[in-house]
Design a binder for this molecule. Structure first.
Ligand code: DX5
Ligand code: ZN
Length: 227
C-alpha cells in the first residue's frame, strides 16, 4: 500500500494574529504544507476567533492551502463567504450537520473548496462513515484529539481508536488530527494512521519551529508502510 502524503498544518490560532501575514509566510518558508485556520463562533465552542474577513485579508498575502476548521453551529451560513474569502478546505463538524450534510458537501464542492468533516472527542466515529462513503463524499476526516475551542490542551491518546478504525476502512483517505500534537505525541497519531497533522503550540512555542515541522513530517513518513 502506498501511504497517503503527510501534510503538516501549523494552527495559526497559536500565531501572532497581529502579524498574521508574516506568520503565515514564516510557516510556509519553514516547510509547512498547509495553514490551519480555526474559525469559531462563540456558540459551538466557548471562544471567538476569526472569520471570513481575516481569511480574505490573509489570502492577499499567500497562495498557501488554507485548511479552515469551522467550529460553528451553522456551517451552511459560512460556505459562500469562506469561498469568496479564499478558503481552500472547509471542514465542518458532524455534530451540527446530521440533517443536511449532503447539501452542505455539495455546496462546499460547488463553491470550489475541499470538504472535510470533523468530530469532537465524545462523538462516535461511526457517525462520519456515511459522509465518507456517500455518492458525494467528504475528502478528509478531522479527528479532534482535544475538546475544540482552545489551543494548548493535552492530547487524548484514546482518540487513536477512531483514527485506526478510519485508516483500516479507508486506506487513502486524508485523516487529520488536531489538538495537543507535537514531538511527544506524533508517534501515537502516525502509528494509528493519521497523515494530516495540525500543531499549534508545539510549533509556535518551539525555539526552532522548522525543526518541529520536519520532525512531524518525518514521523508520519516513518509510520507508513513502505510497500
Ligand atoms: C482547537 C483547535 C486547534 C488548536 C490546536 O479547537 O481546533 O486547531 O489550535 O492547538 P494545539 O496544537 O496547541 O493543541
Ligand atoms: Zn482546529
Amino acid at each position: 500500500m502506498v501511504g497517503v502524503s503527510p501534510k503538516i498544518a501549523p494552527s495559526m490560532l497559536s500565531s501572532d494574529f497581529a502579524n498574521l501575514a508574516a506568520e503565515a509566510k514564516r510557516m510556509i518558508d519553514l516547510g509547512a504544507n498547509w495553514l490551519h485556520m480555526d474559525i469559531m463562533d462563540g456558540h459551538f465552542v466557548p471562544n471567538l476567533t476569526i472569520g471570513a474577513p481575516v481569511i480574505e485579508s490573509l489570502r492577499k498575502h499567500t497562495n498557501a492551502y488554507l485548511d479552515c476548521h469551522l467550529m460553528v453551529t451553522n456551517p451552511m451560513d459560512y460556505v459562500d463567504q469562506m469561498a469568496k474569502a479564499g478558503a481552500s478546505g472547509f471542514t465542518f463538524h458532524v455534530e451540527v450537520a446530521k440533517e443536511n450534510w449532503q447539501e452542505l458537501v455539495e455546496k462546499i464542492k460547488s463553491a470550489g473548496m475541499r470538504p472535510g468533516v470533523a468530530l469532537k472527542p465524545g462523538t462516535p466515529v461511526e457517525q462520519v462513515y456515511p459522509l465518507v462513503e456517500g455518492t458525494n463524499p467528504v475528502e478528509m476526516v478531522l479527528v479532534m484529539t482535544v475538546e475544540p475551542g482552545f489551543g494548548g490542551q493535552k492530547f487524548m491518546p484514546n482518540m487513536m481508536d477512531k483514527v485506526r478504525a478510519l485508516r483500516n476502512k479507508y486506506p487513502t483517505l486524508d485523516i487529520e488530527v488536531d489538538g495537543g500534537l507535537g514531538p511527544s505525541t506524533i508517534d501515537a497519531a502516525a502509528a494509528a494512521g493519521a497523515n494530516c497533522i495540525v500543531a499549534g503550540s508545539s510549533v509556535f512555542g518551539a525555539p526552532e519551529p522548522g525543526d518541529v515541522i520536519s520532525f512531524l513530517r518525518a514521523s508520519v513518513k516513518k509510520a507508513q508502510p513502505s510497500t
